[in-house]
Design a protein around this ligand. Structure first.
Ligand code: C5P
Length: 224
């Protein structure tokens, strides 16, 4: 049977904690990759640590959001890390997405849609008039046009995205505990895979508390 794919969000500045996360999330039931975001990659030793990780699927969640030249230059600057996946906000615009794709080479370029921490009320506050689902659908079409390799969206929008984007779909905002924290558009792991997500991203539900127990809880939830 095909294994469910999971990126564990390694959101910390502690190398010791990252090592513990990597050791304790090994599972024969799941294909596990590791996501390093703004917190770890901006920490003093984070970048060097990631450059030395071997034989793991690595996702650099840089969430680039800038003009085409800067996005492309940032990708060139991170190439030595040999990461497998890298994020750019689709709202950077088509030219920036194309410029990024042109230089990304073997790195799979992931377009980030509307953050899972935003709901319709928050979008209105920013000045967007369309609702989340319409914007995400629109952004997925743009990602397709720019030939991106994957999309990040809420698991709630996977079915909408699938209509216009045929490659990998990666979903954060996953909860199998009752605590949503700052996330607004959440679903359970089971619902997310059922909707057609290729990879889930899970951070705090795995990394807070007893990591081994949390992984077991996730596997039990998937087998229920
Ligand atoms: O702890 P939690 O499971 O909420 O972590 C989710 C992770 O996914 C965080 O590292 C966050 O930066 C990332 N992410 C997200 N929403 C997006 C894109 C990335 O939550 N749209």
């Amino acid at each position: 049977m095909k294994k469910n794919k999971l990126f564990v969000a390694c959101d910390t500045t502690s190398i010791k904690k990252i090592k513990k996360i990597i050791t304790e999330t090994q599972s024969s039931n799941l294909k596990v990759g590791y996501k390093f975001g703004l917190e770890f990659l901006n920490s003093k030793n984070g970048r060097t640590f990631v450059s030395k990780v071997k034989n793991k699927t690595i996702f650099a969640d840089l969430k680039l959001h800038d003009i085409p030249n800067t996005c492309a230059s940032a990708i060139k600057a991170i190439k030595d890390l040999k990461v497998d996946y890298l994020t750019i906000h689709i709202s950077s615009g088509l030219d920036a997405l194309k410029a990024a794709k042109k230089v990304s080479g073997k790195i799979k370029l992931i377009g980030v849609t509307i953050l899972t921490s935003l709901d319709n009320k928050a979008l209105k506050e920013i000045g967007f008039n369309k609702d989340v689902k319409k914007i995400v659908h629109h952004q997925a079409k743009l990602a397709s046009k720019a030939k991106l390799d994957a999309i990040v969206c809420s698991a709630q929008e996977v079915k909408i995205v699938k209509k216009v984007f045929k490659k990998e779909i990666i979903t954060p905002g996953i909860r199998f505990s009752s605590i949503t924290n700052d996330q607004k558009r959440t679903l359970t792991p089971k619902q997310a895979y059922r909707n057609g997500a290729t990879w889930l991203v899970v951070g705090r539900d795995i990394t807070k508390g007893n990591i081994k127990k949390n992984i077991k809880k996730l596997i039990d939830h998937l087998n229920q």
